[in-house]
Design a protein around this ligand. Structure first.
Ligand code: TYD
Ligand code: MG
Length: 457
């Protein structure tokens, strides 16, 4: 090609530059760390350039004189997406949506494009044909007179289309299918991804048009190589879920315009993703009678209170070594809780298989879930069901003490809203609480032992 860019190879570990690819870096001794990068573009390069803007010399400015401006977010009809983005789409932002193939990324963004009215939108797909996209749109029952579809995979040609169309929102599905002529590598390679993302970043910033990029995650959980893409974008949202379950979680991993502890919850149905604005209903199974091994935790996911069911199964180990399996919960923490139960309560889990599940394949990191797990473990071991009207929120320390947890009022209110009648909490949380304020009965305790006596003896 005539206008090839000049490229070089860089070690992603130490930054060593080389004119050719090397398997092992001579300076830091790491293997397979070299990737190609553009170091000089041909002068006539067709990268994005904003034409109308006058050049101005940009020196230091007084912070008081800077107008925040331009932060008028586009609020979409999707409350879950708005929440994870920190309150809507920020103009000129570059948002990466990562997730495993088949999890629902295309569905999520096509749905967004179909529902967002009043903005000219360009949906670029290198993964599906126009007909396939149309079929998907029909399945989603969506119509949008201002939605354009392109299957262009050359980023240079794409920018030509963009210059003509002047869209107000661009969706790229996916970054792995986009190609720049400047780089002599195949689509999906690190060099291509980096170059294309760099050009999209420049386009977004200069034109103030928000750009959503879909990126497939490989088996190691990285979005296309060693996280390079994550550094180049403003916001990273991860779309996750277990394909055996219908619900999906959109998790904020990085956000220059909001908190990173937010999550959005959806349900994948026959006609697309449905927002789940009240997740607790989804995470607690309907039961007619109490079951042993089941406990409900009042947790927080980000700033959102959520009641979630914890299920434990404790059974005699038949095949020698007892198994310990935790889904959605840290295995080391489970082992720690088992050790506390053994040591402080004298319960023998040593010769038992222990399985632990969070309802719906959710991943929970909130320490307040400890007490519900301990109670589910005790309930399964003793084969005594916990009362169905009770839930739990406390962290457990190494000596079996119950520690207070953050945002206790919100947890209690959520439990009350869902019809629970008792909530077991740490005594330390009680200081800031007044029983009169609630209809739900607050059950404070300072040790796990006290809870055991109330529920199992
Ligand atoms: P898709 O959005 O294509 O995933 P990704 O872009 O992340 O690879 O969706 C994947 C799955 O979702 C697919 O197996 C079919 C299913 N699906 C539904 O269940 N309902 C729907 O309305 C749509 C469009 C897809
Ligand atoms: Mg897709």
């Amino acid at each position: 090609m005539a206008n090839k860019a000049k490229t070089a190879f860089f070690c992603q570990n130490c930054g060593f530059e080389s004119s050719k690819w090397m398997g092992k870096c001579p300076t830091c001794d790491q293997w397979n760390t070299f990737t190609e990068e553009v170091i000089e573009r041909p002068a006539e390069a067709a990268v994005w350039k904003e034409e109308k803007k006058e050049k101005r010399v940009h020196g230091p400015v007084l912070i008081d004189e800077i107008t925040a401006g331009n932060t008028h977010r586009i609020v979409t009809a999707d409350l879950e997406l708005n929440r994870t983005l920190g309150g809507g789409i920020v103009p000129g932002s570059l948002v990466l949506i990562g997730g495993e193939p088949g999890i629902g990324k295309s569905t999520l963004l096509l749905q967004l494009a179909l529902e967002l009215k009043g903005h000219k939108i360009l949906y670029v797909s290198g993964e599906e044909s126009e007909q396939q996209i149309k079929m998907r749109a029909e399945r989603l029952n969506g119509k949008n007179g201002e939605l354009f579809v392109s299957t262009e995979i050359s980023i240079g040609k794409l920018f030509t289309q963009i210059k003509q169309l002047k869209p107000e929102l661009v969706v790229i599905d996916s970054i792995q299918t986009l190609m720049s002529d400047f780089v002599d590598a195949t689509a999906g390679s690190i060099a291509q991804i980096k170059e294309c993302a760099g050009q999209l970043q420049r386009y977004a910033k200069e034109s103030n048009v928000p750009v959503f990029i879909i990126g497939h995650i490989n088996k190691e959980g990285y979005i296309a190589g060693p996280k390079i893409l994550e550094h180049m974008v403003d916001t990273v949202l991860q779309f996750e879920g277990d394909r055996n379950y219908t619900h999906r979680i959109l998790r904020t991993i990085k956000n220059r315009f909001g908190s990173t502890s937010e999550i959005g919850i959806y349900k994948m149905e026959g006609d697309g993703l449905r927002q789940v604005n009240n997740p607790s209903e989804l995470l607690i199974t309907e039961k007619d009678e109490p079951l042993s091994g089941v406990a409900v935790a009042a947790t927080m996911e980000g700033l959102r209170p959520m009641l979630i069911e914890v299920q434990a199964l404790v059974s005699p180990a038949v095949y020698g070594n007892p198994q310990r399996t935790a889904t959605g919960f840290d295995l080391r923490r489970l082992n720690m809780l088992l050790a506390v139960l053994e040591k402080r309560g004298g319960f023998a889990y040593g010769n038992k298989d222990v399985f632990l599940n969070m309802a719906g394949g959710l991943r929970v990191e909130d320490p307040a879930i400890d007490l519900s797990i301990a109670c589910a473990l005790l309930s399964s071991l003793t084969d005594m069901a916990l009362p169905m009207n009770a839930c739990f929120a406390a962290e457990i320390g190494l000596s079996g003490e119950l520690r207070g947890v953050a945002r206790i009022e919100q947890r209690i209110s959520e439990a009350e809203k869902l019809g629970f009648e008792k909530i077991f909490i740490s005594k330390h949380n009680m200081k800031s609480l007044k029983q009169q304020k609630y209809q739900i009965e607050l059950k404070p305790a300072s040790k796990l032992e006290e809870i055991y006596k109330q529920l199992f003896v």
